[in-house]
Design a protein. Sequence first.
Length: 408
Amino acid sequence: MSGKRTRVEFPGYDGGKLVGLLETPTGKTLAYVLFAHCFTCGKDSAAASRISRALVAGGYAVLRFDFTGLGGSDGDFANTHFSSNVQDLLAAAAYLRQNYQAPAILVGHSLGGAAVLSAAHQLSEVRGVATIAAPADAAHVAKQFHCDIAAIEAAGEAQVELAGRTFTIKKSFLDDIAAQDSAHIGALRASLLLFHSPLDTMVSIAEAEKIYRAARHPKSFLSLDKADHLLSNKADAEYVAACIAAWAGRFVESQAAVSERKTSTIEAGQIGVEERNHKFSRNVFSDHHFWLADEPVAMGGDDLGPDPYEHLLAALGTCTSMTIRLYANHKKIPLDDVKVTLSQRRLHGKDCEACEQEGQYIQEITRHIFLSGDLSEAQRQRILEIADKCPVHKTLQGKVVIDTELRS
């Protein structure tokens, strides 16, 4: 199945332009995949291109892009480091979230694999992470130019040869990778799939073992037999893509399928909630949107989405922010930005254990509002008053009647 190819641009970690290629299937899109290429490679590397095309043929949309300073993207590679690569990944995910759909799957090749492992915990929508020939930590990449490290540290930078090309590596890059650790692997809350070849001469298969041991279940490992580090054999790249597509299909819900199902179960303006499993994971959908609700692992859930009380706080927070912005725009108040944070005193799971007892529900919500802009004290106080007028705030403080009926 061929797909559509769209050149995209979005700001990177430093505001510079990043260039990417978004490939989408001609039929239904199962989910969006964000691909991170190997160190000093690019979005158009053979492995990235072949894996992306094969995933698109399987019904997945794939965004691959050039990190800052590489390929068609702006910036100087010499001024980048591992942390900036992670920030570029987050910027790419934000672009997908704002313009299409947040990525459900992250795929990373070599150092790109280490980058997606580092970025995953900052992307709540991610359901699966697949790494290909990835090191367990970023510091491993220094082995590719270990003979030049003394020169880099002495002069602050040096020209090194990587994969037949010359790059400037600065001491700041060495400092950055040295500061990284692999603690985030153990905290990964998404499914993990590792690919590695026992014949990889650039990144030992022992690195895959480190990742596997550090990660929690669900996790899987597939040996790539005789593949090389760059997956230069087309058959190896296509095998990886086929495995990712099959693996992801177990936990990635087809957005098209959800859309088809919800039209027959809810009416316009309604919210639908369906069981995703027999624990706490739930599919939540409205007319045009789909998301997940769950409970934390500590409460017996899988932590795939916010819990019910977090949804409640989110409703109040978003309504507060929208109401303030509407007022500021109407009154032409120089409000540059508004941020709202909310907290509560109880955990929903503990409340649920006492659901049948009176007075066991949430007692207090604390709301903090942060305003940026050249505002007078009078304007700030007026905005505070307006915050209490948001519709959700009024609903929570008013009398709510819930009429519940059984339907077949």
